[in-house]
Design a protein around this ligand. Structure first.
Ligand SMILES: C[S@@+](CC[C@H](N)C(=O)[O-])C[C@H]1O[C@@H](n2cnc3c(N)ncnc32)[C@H](O)[C@@H]1O
Length: 339
């Protein structure tokens, strides 16, 4: 037990003011700090000029990024770290900044109203002022659409690679990714398993961006787009159906409806793979999964995240014979149900 005299407020203060560091990184991405440093180190004047920064905050801003481990400084020269050089340079294949650009543009202001969300149970995004829901408002604007779909690829890249490695794909020939966005998962699956063919079942507006990404990865002959809505249409048939970050967007009845539709679309022995940041069964450890669920409170009328045990129970109720929860990478895990 910690005695009272050894207690310090450090952890509380660090968490309470955590948004300082978070917003410093988000502004750096918005300004393009890491992209400007892609071709090599720059000194403070060169970097400030490229980013059009006022001198007052520039040195503190860059040095704060150094102290947060997001930049390195050699004498007068600032350069990317190995991580920021790989993941935060716009236009690079591994770019995950789309997710963080969206966090900066939308989530950061919306999370300012978390208290109100907790009191009312109502979303705090565009819907609050009579606007459309998450997908309608993001998808109505071509720039936001591209940003969102790219963000999904970045967010799911680690999980996609782990799913390619950790499931027995050799026993299956076809896969439909429901709500597959830009195609991040399907591309990883097909690059790793040359026998697989895949389709993305998503809203029609996603089609051209998916096809562009499939072509950029040389997979146009093995990947196709199937336009539709999982609320109006049955799910397309395949040996394996995948759903990444889909169920958490919707309420319990809608979740169950999607699992029922997946069951209907699979053959005997077919597999459903549900993946996201599953909350640990004890609901104590996976802070990212729990905070993601609060993000669903902010962003959707009824969405919430859930544990592997919850999902296994819903799958069993839909008719799946066996279910298995498999950790993927970081906070992500998948639930595999076999029909
Ligand atoms: C949160 S994203 C998940 C993207 C991807 N599966 C991943 O894990 O990175 C949700 C996806 O569901 C799609 N979606 C939303 N409503 C849909 C609907 N009614 N029918 C089909 N897809 C839908 C969106 O277009 C988007 O691609």
């Amino acid at each position: 037990m910690t005695s009272e005299s050894t207690l310090t407020p450090d952890r509380i203060m660090q968490l309470g003011l955590g948004f300082w560091g978070s917003k410093t990184l988000l502004s750096a991405i918005e300004l393009g700090v890491f992209s400007e440093l892609a071709d090599g180190a720059l000194n403070i004047d060169e970097l400030s000029k490229k980013l059009r920064l006022h001198p007052r905050g520039a040195r503190d801003f860059f040095d704060a990024l150094v102290s947060l481990g997001m930049l390195e400084r050699d004498g007068e020269l600032y350069r990317n770290t190995a991580e920021t050089g790989q993941f935060l340079v716009r236009g690079k294949l591994g770019y995950i900044g789309g997710m963080l650009e969206m966090a900066n543009e939308r989530l950061y202001p919306f999370w300012g109203s978390l208290t109100e969300a907790l009191r009312t149970g109502l979303p705090q995004n565009e819907m609050k002022t009579g606007g459309a829901g998450l997908f309608e408002s993001v998808y109505g604007d071509p720039v936001r659409l591209r940003l969102f779909l790219g963000a999904m690829t970045g967010l799911s890249m680690g999980a996609s690679q782990a799913i390619a490695a950790k499931f027995n794909w050799k026993d299956y020939q076809t896969v439909v990714d429901v709500g597959g966005a830009q195609g991040g998962l399907l591309v990883q699956l097909c690059l790793t398993h040359p026998h697989l063919r895949g389709s993305n079942f998503d809203l029609p507006v996603v089609g051209p961006i998916f096809e562009e990404y499939a072509a950029a990865n040389g997979l146009s002959d093995r990947l196709s787009f199937l336009p539709g809505s999982f609320f109006e249409d049955p799910l397309p048939a395949a040996d394996v159906i995948t759903m990444g970050h889909i169920l958490h967007d919707w309420d319990l009845d809608q979740k169950r409806m999607l699992l029922d539709k997946a069951y209907q679309a699979l053959p005997e022995g077919g597999a459903l793979i549900v993946f996201e940041s599953l909350i640990d069964d004890e609901r104590r450890q996976n802070a990212f999964g729990l905070l993601m669920s609060l993000n669903m409170l902010i962003e959707t009328p009824g969405g919430f995240d859930y544990t592997g045990k919850d999902c296994s129970e819903w799958m069993a109720a839909a008719g799946f014979k066996t279910t298995n929860v498999v950790p993927l990478v970081g906070p992500d895990a998948m639930v595999v149900g076999i029909k």
